[in-house]
Design a protein around this ligand. Structure first.
Ligand SMILES: [Zn+2]
Length: 436
């Protein structure tokens, strides 16, 4: 088989890999480069941008580089999970693959359908939600299985692709949380059955970080310490996190309820992810919690809010995105008073626009006397020992580090040599075809 990396190799974002047997092909992930996408929309939630502009600005995988014969062979597009750097280009690009059906876990497909519906986009492709743990055919030669894995959004999966020349496991993104707060544990027994594996494609973002990624329970404890410690405090509390991180939002909501505060959730992408989770029964948001989605609803709610000290607000804008709710609140939409509090349950994603945006936001908050609590967070990605564990479970002939720049790809390579000296590591670049 041939592996064609379409996006996300030697860069972070717009993940996409094409696997081609010569007769049939599948694409795993078709994601956005979020920074470039947000430059076009100035909004963190998905909205329509033309395919031509997205391709010109490198915000999506460069599918225009693919020969027509390969495009025709693509039988399936399989997003591994509901993060937009993995699923977000499907609404704009999938129609180019006329013979492809889209498969994903219920939450991933729920999110995709919600984007298509909200933006009035229609795809000619069939779209199916598939439960993890069952192998299904996507053509005559290729079968696929989604395997449950823990990450920072519900229903994340590894994608096993079985071909006549062997199996490939696409593990991008994951961590091995043995006691997740929401959803299934990683299906380790299914993963071990793939050993010895032909190809392992693994995230490598934290290949330089020693140890094991802490469980999501640790993030809940960090939040518990802060939120319960503020019980009885008569100041406004505003919290922010990733909209897709349902387990984290659930922790914030449950802790806020213990303080007796009322809760309101503000922002378009928060509304979208929470609605999908609620509809699927993944997390049923308590009925007394208000969610405000559109700008005018949010503006009205905040302008009429006379007693903010009775609330804990959960808002979008954890990276300081200029058009997000938190940035707009800071710029005058909300009257912050001295000693009000802002809780960041996230880390700054280390790229130039995020670092700058967050620094500007925090400076504005500080100048108003707001108390800032940062890094109430643990990662959804694998540190070195989780990465090593997956190597040992699967014993692959070939390892491919993905979702990282060159430095981290090389750190993963070194880890692989240390762990499995007989195996081969391939560092891919976008559109450098690998025959395996
Ligand atoms: Zn992810």
């Amino acid at each position: 088989m041939k592996l064609i990396p379409i996006g996300g190799y030697g860069e972070i974002g717009r993940n996409s890999l094409l696997i081609d047997t010569g007769n049939e092909a599948v694409i795993v992930d078709l994601g956005l480069n979020m920074e470039k996408y947000i430059e076009l929309t100035e909004d963190e939630s998905i909205e329509y941008v033309s395919k031509k502009v997205l391709l010109e600005r490198d915000a999506v995988p460069r599918i225009d580089n693919l020969p027509e014969s390969i495009i025709e062979r693509v039988k399936a597009i399989i997003p591994s999970h509901a993060h937009l750097d993995h699923v977000g280009a499907i609404p704009f690009l999938a129609s180019r693959f006329k013979n492809a059906t889209i498969y994903g876990t219920p939450f991933t497909i729920g999110l995709l359908n919600s984007i298509l519906e909200d933006e009035g986009l229609a795809l000619p492709n069939g779209i199916y939600s598939v439960n993890p743990g069952k192998e299904f055919s996507v053509g005559k030669e290729i079968s696929v299985e989604l395997i449950s894995v823990t990450h920072s959004t519900p229903d994340s999966s590894m994608v096993a692709v079985h071909t006549p020349s062997g199996s490939l496991l696409y593990a991008n993104d994951y961590k091995l949380d043995n006691a997740p707060l929401l959803g299934r544990k990683t299906q380790i027994s299914r993963i071990k059955k793939l050993s010895p594996l032909k190809v392992l494609v693994s995230e490598s973002l934290y290949a330089t970080t020693p140890g094991k990624t802490p469980s999501e329970r640790i993030a809940r404890e960090l939040l518990r310490d802060v939120i319960l410690g503020l019980k009885g405090n008569e100041r406004a509390i505003v919290s922010t996190t990733f909209s897709s991180h349902i387990a984290r939002i659930k922790s914030i909501v449950e802790l806020a309820r213990q303080t007796g505060r009322r809760i309101a959730v503000l922002g378009r992408s928060m509304h979208r992810y929470l609605s999908v989770a609620n509809d699927l029964g993944i997390y049923e948001l308590p009925g007394d919690i208000a969610i405000y989605r559109y700008k005018r609803e949010i503006n009205r709610f905040l302008s009429r809010l006379k007693n903010p000290e009775e609330y804990l607000l959960v808002v979008t804008g954890n990276q300081g995105e200029p058009k997000s709710v938190l940035s707009r609140m800071t710029d005058g939409l909300f009257k912050f008073n001295k000693n009000d509090m802002v809780l960041f349950s996230c880390k700054v994603i280390p790229s130039e626009p995020n670092i700058t945006n967050r620094a500007i936001l925090e400076e504005k908050l500080r100048s108003m006397g707001v108390r800032i609590f940062t890094d109430l967070h643990v990662s959804g990605h694998s540190y070195r020992e989780d990465l090593r564990e997956l190597m040992l479970y699967t014993n692959p002939e070939i390892l491919i580090p993905s979702h990282a720049d060159r430095i981290r790809q090389l750190a993963y390579k070194e880890l692989a040599h240390e762990t499995l000296p007989e195996s081969r590591v391939e560092i891919l670049e976008n559109f450098r075809v690998l025959n395996v």
